[in-house]
Design a protein around this ligand. Structure first.
Ligand SMILES: O=C(O)CCC(=O)C(=O)O
Ligand SMILES: [Fe+2]
Length: 207
């Protein structure tokens, strides 16, 4: 299923005017400027994976078969790399594969950023198992940060370019990660000509 990564802030019930005014922390800061404290409930703030998007009731399409094949191929190739670089021969047993049922689509404009965070929205079972997150990049390159703490100064940096696939799983499933900056005009010319992708970076994250 494809889901949009935007925070779903659709209000389920709009408080009545009287109720709103009674809530003492709501304030008009100045004429035309109002601060509604704690207005959006906890559940309304959460990005929940759902079969139907609450905001417009649309049903996300299935992940195209070609993407399933790509994810599968990337996971298989990652085992070969782990064997080569870490001498671990039972990588398939330690690091399970998965068949994704969710694809998050992020588009970064040239000034786009994503703060350091952990991906924890998935089921408790898949988090405990350390099931992979598989991320595809297309368009402009980015400086991607990752590390064990939510601290950009202590994070490692790697450039992700168009066509790169990044996989994190197992002990790295809870790695802090984020996008520090987009490198303008770095997308392959051929990709831009053939797809008319606008300036920026497209990221597909399968889980
Ligand atoms: O854009 C990326 O490379 C990362 C996206 C990401 O971390 C997320 O959607 O949770
Ligand atoms: Fe993430």
């Amino acid at each position: 299923m494809f889901v949009s990564s935007s925070v779903d802030m659709e209000a389920e019930s709009v408080p009545e005017e009287d109720q709103l005014i009674e809530q003492s922390r709501q304030r008009a800061l100045r004429l035309g400027m109002v601060l509604l404290k704690n207005y959006i409930t906890h559940s309304e703030q959460m990005r929940k994976y759902q079969k139907q998007r609450r905001i417009d009731r649309s049903i996300p399409p299935h992940i195209p078969y070609g993407f399933h094949q790509l994810v599968d191929r990337a996971m298989k190739d990652s085992y070969a790399l782990i064997r080569r670089d870490f001498g671990i021969f039972n990588a398939e047993e330690i690091l399970p594969s998965m068949s994704p049922d969710i694809c998050i689509v992020n588009f970064y404009t040239e000034s786009g950023r994503l703060g350091l965070h952990q991906d924890r929205d998935e089921s408790a079972e898949s988090l405990t198992k350390g099931l992979p997150v598989v991320s595809f990049s297309a368009g402009d390159s980015v400086e991607f940060l990752y590390g064990d703490q939510r601290d950009a100064n202590k994070a490692e940096k790697v450039v992700l370019e168009s066509g790169d696939v990044l996989i994190f799983r197992g002990k790295s499933r809870h790695v802090f990660h984020g996008v520090a900056s987009i490198i303008s005009n770095s997308a392959p010319r051929m990709l831009l000509e053939e797809t008319l992708l606008r300036p920026g970076r497209l990221n597909l994250t399968f889980r």
